[in-house]
Design a protein around this ligand. Structure first.
Ligand code: FAD
Length: 630
């Protein structure tokens, strides 16, 4: 038999990004014995990479901002497919979560009168992003980690052990959730360094594993983001919502090839950067869709005046929501007006003095100098779309973050959860999402544990099967190489389920994904269990595949274009489709199923926040008639 290290906890949090850490803090504050598990090193998560800031309607930069304006912007950004309750909670609670961070020791940039400074970002009506230069995520993680250390010190003073109530297991990958009937009973995984197995027995699990970008050829995501949490949830009987919606960030580096996909923060545009094609034209003026026409400048002069005088001018079209900008860049390149490396030009050098660029965008200045030998204070950057964020995710109850489906004791927060951002996330709304729903997940996971009588127990059979599945790629010989399989998967998703989608290609993608599933079932990796990245990838592939299948299936089903889902054969947004969420589940044999479910209806006082003319762009005639009648 294989040796397995065992631990007993009340709440196990999988993921040590912002959502996971905030959830863990809350669980520990509720007195629960809490484990934080992270596949990467502690402190290395996407949250650290977030540059622009965290959106919260504090009203510091413009006193007219408040939760209602933020709610409206979020719903618009998501093209009205957002779970309205999540968007409401998020807009209402984000300011409190940001202020609370300062009580943990965070220090945001300041306005002249000492308030937390707020910067402009795409889709936000007022300057709203609390930030620390362009290193906001770093400050967020640093602060949350510091809070955890301070809680551990309190526990040490009381019990003599730092780990008494909260412990971090880094470089530890969870491969399976274990159930007792329908209830969560624990999580199974391995230590990446030794390859040894570990079992966490716990009645509540919070998924905070982040995104899925590694299934795409060009992505801003790092190696950990293989959709593990999404897949763990599916296999445990939970459901995923609207997996067709992926955000392709308009500005990733396109050159040199080794760094293709790495993010160029939207702050470059927020601070005045403009997009130009090979003819030096600011092409975004040609791409303002009707639904946004009223809010965006029609001339370069007006757009330029906006930075200094936002009250009396409309914003530049470079600051349209990300899906719009990404599609526009895609079209320019396709039309032969791209840059030499196949992107477009993003220029800040002619827009701000060098000293200001270096002060406001230090990481970008450094990144381009180091990676591309480009001095952004002197020359434009070359940029193009990169797979960045998944709007779809674990379907949750908005208030408690509890996963829906058949499973109990499972919670999800942050990027791994779905619904909050609808069909497209606004920049800056993720960091605030992590804090708001991370806290809620920790709180409700703890409350759930309190309701339990007997602790659920993982079965020996399930543990043995988790061991077997994990070891299979090592035991098997002569199977396919995991790296080849990953490349093939990335090609299918990038080429056939990318920014612009078509029926024929999606059908083809599903066929190929099916073939890949059979090939992945036969993957094998050389070497042993000690630090073996090939083996780790072989295990991850299973997750990437099932999640990709959900994405491709949903993308084929949704016959409209909305946010992060563009169908060339159905180019319009359809009011009928706005009524429908696509819910993904898997059965015992691992087959993916898709189901249509009605979108919950927004409460009347929230609908009242929008003008009828705006609603008429999204709602069906029947819905509008009902509103008139009320
Ligand atoms: P993450 O921070 O992604 O953390 C996930 C954690 O889960 C990691 O610790 C990982 O190791 C762990 N994990 C994953 N799988 C497993 C497993 N199987 N077992 C154990 N652990 C596992 N958003 C903004 O709002 N503003 C920004 O300015 C911004 N900039 C960004 C810049 C970049 C380059 C990127 C990539 C994203 C940016 N985003 C931004 C998006 C935002 O950073 C992420 O969506 C957000 O940080 C996700 O946080 P999270 O807590 O959900 O997960």
């Amino acid at each position: 038999t294989t040796a397995i290290e065992r631990h007993l906890y009340d709440v196990v949090v999988i993921g040590a990004g912002g959502a996971g850490l905030r959830a863990a803090i809350e669980a520990r504050l509720a007195g629960k014995r809490t484990a934080i598990i992270s596949k990467s090193l502690f402190g290395k998560a996407h949250t650290v990479m977030a540059e622009g800031g965290a959106a919260a309607a504090m009203g510091n930069a413009n006193s007219r901002d408040n939760w209602m304006v933020h709610f409206r912007d979020t719903m618009r950004g998501g093209k009205f497919l957002n779970n309205f309750r999540m968007a409401e909670l998020h807009a209402k609670e984000a300011p409190e979560r940001i202020w609370e961070l300062e009580t943990y020791g965070a220090l945001f940039d300041r306005t002249k009168d000492g308030k937390i400074s707020q910067r402009n970002f795409g889709g936000h009506e007022y300057p709203r992003l609390a930030h620390v230069g362009d290193r906001t995520g770093l400050e967020l993680i640093r602060t949350l980690q510091q809070k955890i250390v301070s809680l551990q010190q309190e526990d040490y003073a009381e019990t003599g052990s730092y780990d008494a109530r909260i412990r971090v297991f880094q470089e530890t990958t969870v491969t399976e959730l274990l159930l007792d009937g329908d209830r969560v009973a624990g999580a199974f995984g391995y230590f990446r360094e030794s390859g040894e197995f570990v079992l966490f027995e716990a009645p509540a699990v919070v998924l905070a594993t982040g995104g899925v970008g590694r299934s795409y050829k060009v992505t801003s995501n790092s190696w950990e983001y293989t959709g593990d949490g999404h897949a763990l949830a599916l296999r445990a009987g939970a459901t995923l919502i609207n997996m067709e919606f992926l955000q392709f960030h308009p500005t990733g580096m396109v050159w040199p090839p080794s760094v293709k996909g790495i993010l160029v923060t939207e702050s470059v545009r927020g601070d005045g950067g403009v997009l130009r094609n090979s003819e030096q034209k600011r092409f975004m003026f040609d791409y303002v869709p009707d639904v946004f026409r009223k809010q965006y400048a029609e001339t370069e002069e007006e757009a330029d005046r906006w930075y200094a005088d936002p009250e009396n001018n409309r914003r530049p079209p470079e600051l349209l929501p990300r899906d719009e900008v990404a599609r526009a860049i895609n079209s320019e390149v396709k039309a032969g007006r791209g840059s030499p490396a196949g992107g477009v030009f993003l220029d800040i050098s002619t827009r701000l003095p060098a000293e200001q660029i270096i002060r406001r965008l230090p990481s970008m200045h450094h990144q381009f100098k180091e990676l591309a030998d480009v001095d952004i204070t002197k020359e434009p950057m070359e940029v193009g779309p990169t797979c960045h964020y998944v709007m779809g995710g674990v379907e949750v109850d908005p208030d408690s973050a509890a996963a829906l489906g058949t499973v109990q004791g499972l919670f999800a927060a942050g990027e791994v959860s779905g619904g909050m951002h609808g069909s497209n996330r606004l920049g800056g709304n993720s960091l605030s999402d992590l804090l708001v729903f991370g806290k809620r997940a920790g709180e409700h996971a703890s409350a759930y544990v309190d309701t339990l009588g007997k602790r659920p127990k993982p079965s020996k059979v399930d543990v043995a099967s988790a061991v077997e599945v994990a070891l299979a790629p090592l035991v098997r010989s002569g199977g396919e190489n995991p790296y080849t399989l990953q490349q093939d998967l990335q090609a299918v998703m990038g080429d056939l389920v990318g920014i612009i989608r078509r029926e024929g290609e999606l059908t083809d993608a599903l066929k190929r994904l099916h073939e890949l599933r059979l090939r992945v079932a036969n993957v094998s990796s050389e070497g042993g269990r000690r630090y073996n990245p090939g083996w780790h990838l072989a295990i991850d592939l299973r997750n990437m595949l099932v999640v990709s299948e959900c994405t491709a299936k949903a993308a084929l089903e949704r016959e409209e274009s909305r946010g992060g889902h563009t169908r060339e054969d159905f180019p319009k947004m359809s009011p009928q489709w706005r009524l429908i969420n696509l819910i993904c589940s898997v059965d015992e044999s691992g087959d993916v199923h898709l189901e249509r479910k009605p979108v919950p209806r927004m409460r009347a006082e929230l609908i009242e926040l929008f003008e009828r003319t705006e609603l008429s762009k999204y709602l069906t005639d029947e819905e509008l008639a009902e509103l008139e009648a009320e």
